[in-house]
Design a protein around this ligand. Sequence first.
Ligand code: HEC
Length: 177
Amino acid sequence: MRLLAGLAISTCVVVALWAAPAAAQNIDLGKSVYQTKVQCPLCHGWAGHGVHEDPRAPNGANLRETAMDAEALYVAVQCGLPGTSMPFFDRLAYTDDRCYGMTADAIGDMKPPPGQPVLIKREIDALVAYLMAKVVGRGEPSEEECVEFFGADNNRCTDFAAMGAGGAGGGDPAANH
Ligand code: HEC
């Protein structure tokens, strides 16, 4: 018995040591999905503050002020938001009843547009972890967050204060290149 208890304790220690870097890695994956793989900022802004980066894209919701919890965020990304231009990212959304219990036939004209590219569960989980850690409930975007998001060698955050937090979200997309 004592041996078993010892084993259980050492397993706990190993799990605890492993959990922190694993969570950080998950958030990093979520950021890369947000920033690069899907480009949520085209509609939602780099900080998720609802200022689109692409003037041709619709202005997405302000994710910093969302009332959604992690579960609702997951569904919004997996299934999109019916009747809006918020796309769905699950390849099989609306092919069965996984999204709001509705197939494409049942949802009809309210079906949101398909997102590009599709995401798997692990990516959506990571995206939600990123949003919960870095975006939801964070108030106005700060210069520190800008530097963290774009990296210190990116000129995107120069004159951040002059542009104002909102200005740093939109701006001239050509300036990024
Ligand atoms: C084509 C533009 C577009 C893209 C790309 C896009 N969204 Fe959206 N999103 C929207 C719009 C528009 C809304 C607001 C819908 C409404 O309620 O009218 C929205 C709403 C949301 C909401 C709901 C927020 C709330 O409180 O109601 C979440 C969460 C969300 N988007 C997350 C994401 C994430 C994460 C990505 C990247 C995987 C993404 N969106 C990509 C346009 C977009």
